[in-house]
Every structure is written in C-alpha cells, then in structure tokens.
Design a protein around this ligand. Structure first.
Ligand code: ADP
Length: 231
C-alpha cells in the first residue's frame, strides 16, 4: 500500500531532510511516525501527498508511482487520501454539517448519498447535536473530530494525521487517537505523525522512529514505555 524505497530528500536550500528511508506499510495497518522536531516527519507527509518529489529513491502508494504521477492522475491519487492537520483547517463560515458535506460535494457525490453519509460520520465521531454549530463555537477536541469526519467522508484508502493531538489536552488527545484507531479497525490504513508519546504508548501499534532524516527503529508496540520523556 505504501512503499518508500531508499528515499532521500534534499531541499533546494541544501538541507537533507531524509536520507535513504525505506519502509513498507500494508493495507489496514496503523503506523505512527515519530521523532523530534526536524527529524523529517513532515517531509514524509509532503512526499506522501505528492506536494514534493524525492531527490532520489522510489515511492509507490496505492498502486501509483509517485515519481511519474501525471497531472491528470494527481487529483485521483489525492482523492484516495484523507488528511487531518493539527490546525484542523475547517471552513469557519460553514457549520459542522456543511464542513463535512462540502468535502463530499467537491468530489461530486449525490445529494442523496451526502444526506445518508454525513449523519453517519457525525455519529461515528460523536458530534450528534453539533451539526449546526460553527467551528468557532466548538472546543478543540470537537474541531478535531469535525476534521476527522471530513477526512474520512469520501472513504479514503489511507488516512494521514499530522500531529492530530498537537493542540489538545491529554484527555481529549486520548479521545482523538481512539477515534483514529476506530477508523483503522473499520478498514482504513492510518498513518499518524506525532511526537506525543502518550498516544503512541496508548495504542501499542507499529512505530517508525526518525532521527536526523533516518529511520532509527521500526517496531511493533510502544518503544516509550519505561523511557524518560525526551521531548
Ligand atoms: P519534522 O516534521 O520532523 O519537524 P521536517 O520534515 O519539517 O521535520 O524537517 C526536516 C528538515 O528539513 C529540517 O532540517 C527542516 O529545517 C528542513 N526543511 C523542512 N522543510 C523545508 C523546506 N521547505 N525548505 C528547506 N528545508 C526544509
């Protein structure tokens, strides 16, 4: 499903953000990518979203070769990805319902499907009763849940979450990560970039750990237990 093969990334500035990264993610896996600030986590997301191309190496995702992806194929490729950002990026002039609805409208879903799916999504993320609220009327955790509902509205093959708990308190962070896990259990491959050791510990899933642009460990289950917090 996701294949990074000896991927290196040197930005125009000359900074080498990734050096010889190789990893493989199977369909249905849940993977954390973790590491200190500057270790290359966001660069992996940019490559996955094909906002950047690597300097060398190969990347295959969902049957697409990201190095030779045509302009025509790019929107098709991106449509199969759901992305949740730390800052949620909600449309502030639209309600909770409309934020999720809009994600489906722009890919041409029928009104009938939208009317069926949006309430189900809002139920899944436990936002029933908030349909008519605007983002600025919501708590941080609720905004994150709208962002999650929107990211999965078009049933993506891969859900990518970039520091999804970055702005949240510990209790709310746990709720969000439990929801990400729920989405994974429903069949979506989930990649979570985070430096939040608590959520990594909680789920006991695979952890790819970066340091200075290289993978220093790739393990099942938490690597942080019994380790002093280093972040
Ligand atoms: P992380 O997400 O783990 O904080 P990044 O992938 O953002 O790490 O950054 C890895 C390295 O690449 C850092 O040294 C950073 O300064 C550099 N970097 C990131 N984006 C750019 C860019 N657009 N241009 C130049 N250097 C960049």
């Amino acid at each position: 499903m996701i294949d990074f093969d000896n991927v290196s990334m040197i930005y125009k500035s000359g900074t080498e953000a990734l050096h010889g990264i190789t990893f493989h993610v199977d369909p249905g896996e849940f993977v954390f990518i973790t590491g200190k600030s500057g270790s290359g986590k966001s660069t992996i997301i940019k490559l996955l979203m094909r906002e950047e191309k690597p300097t060398s190496g190969d990347i295959f995702v969902n049957g697409y070769d990201l190095l030779s992806l045509s302009r025509y194929d790019l929107p098709h490729y991106r449509r199969r990805l759901g992305v949740v950002f730390q800052d949620c990026r909600l449309l502030m002039n639209k309600t909770v319902y409309q934020n999720v609805e809009f994600a489906m409208e722009i890919v041409g879903e029928s009104n009938r499907t939208i009317k069926q799916v949006v309430p189900r999504l809002l139920h899944l993320v436990d936002l029933e009763g908030k349909e008519k609220s605007f983002p600025d009327e919501l708590a941080g955790g609720e905004q994150a849940r709208v962002a999650l509902a929107r990211a999965i509205a078009n049933a993506p093959d891969i859900l990518i979450a970039d520091e999804p708990t970055g702005n949240l308190d510990p209790k709310t962070s746990v709720e969000i990560v439990d929801l990400l896990y729920k989405v994974n259990r429903l069949g979506t491959t989930v990649v979570v970039v985070t430096h939040d050791t608590r959520i990594v510990d909680r789920l006991q899933q695979r952890v790819i750990r970066l340091q200075d642009g290289e993978i220093v460990s790739d393990t099942e289950g938490s690597i942080y237990e019994n380790e002093a917090c280093e972040y």
